[in-house]
Design a protein around this ligand. Sequence first.
Ligand code: DHB
Length: 393
Amino acid sequence: MHFSTRILLLASAFAFTVPALADNATPVKIGVILPMTGPSASTGREIDAAIKLYMAQKGDKAGGRKIEIVLKDDTGVADITKRLAQELVVNDKVSVIAGFGLTPLALAAAPIATQAKVPEVVMAAGTATITEASPYIVRTSFTLPQNTVPIADWALKNGVKKVVTLVSDYGPGIDAEKAFSERIKAGGGQVLDNLRAPLRNPEFAPFLQKAKDLKPDALFLFVPSGFGAQLMKQVAERDFAKEGVKVIGTGDVTDDEQLQGMGDAVLGMVTSMDYSVAHKSPENKAFVEAFMKANPAMRPNFMAVGGYDGMALIYGALEKTKGDTDGAKLVDAMKGMSWVSPRGPISIDPETRDIVQNVYIRKVEKVDGQLYNVEFETMPNVKDPVKAAKKAK
Ligand code: DHB
């Protein structure tokens, strides 16, 4: 072979192998945006702790690439989420954005995910339509209709006919209100009123008084994670049980992170949710023990599990693409993924990119002197009912 041809061949071999080697040697950056301060700081703390736990357990490599987390605090303000998402994509060159503690925050980042073709893994927010805001959004938390329909069915089965709803006045609250009210009406029940309290600095007293005056069989509640203690304190002051009113809700209200501090007034409250720290499975036992060993002052809640599974999703996708961080390939790899989470078996619906999971009916009980949401019924493999209904049309 002529010497110059050999040089040329060597050079072209390098042209193919060198960038690939360099690429595998560069870490994959994941931009995590969470409310680490402000009224939803508990969501940020829980998810951050779960991400750290996942990496401590599984290592900092996936698909042959080193994984690096870049954590940013959006304080729960959507304009800040959007700016941080932009900076993470443009300056830090992250391959995935993840976190998103509230619906408006998840929605604020969606146009950036679409433009930059970067997967957005929603680990917390729960408004049903979020996954429709970008084809790059994949969710590991829950949707409010998914978690709400089962408690409406439970209420109907338990003799509830007349209901009042009280929710936080924004996306997930309105989703919960609609899902609950429509299901009750379809089951022959009656909705006496739909009450909405502001998300920020809510004053629940006038709404609770109104609900009591209407004398329903049940009062349905939704507030986001971190707001339940404040609501339940005011509920306790009004002794609904004495009037024969069942107080029910989604498990966001009896959040494991705050439940212990709510006191005996919440004993017996029935809710539905995708996760309880008291879920009985070997996977959850191992998760809770490891989480509490690493964070002795904290109990993992549904937010922590959303974060832990979000990491499992990202690691799993990178394994499938063998470290290729192309956004469309990662999202494709995420579609249809299934695994056993601390909450039970879960999968990503390939059509909607939403999570399919069991929803549990639970009752607040005291176990070994501590308050827990004890599961007593399981609705298996629940899809988001809003998107399922749209598809059926
Ligand atoms: C949302 C936030 C929460 O903390 C929660 O428990 C449910 C929904 C949200 O903003 O989507």
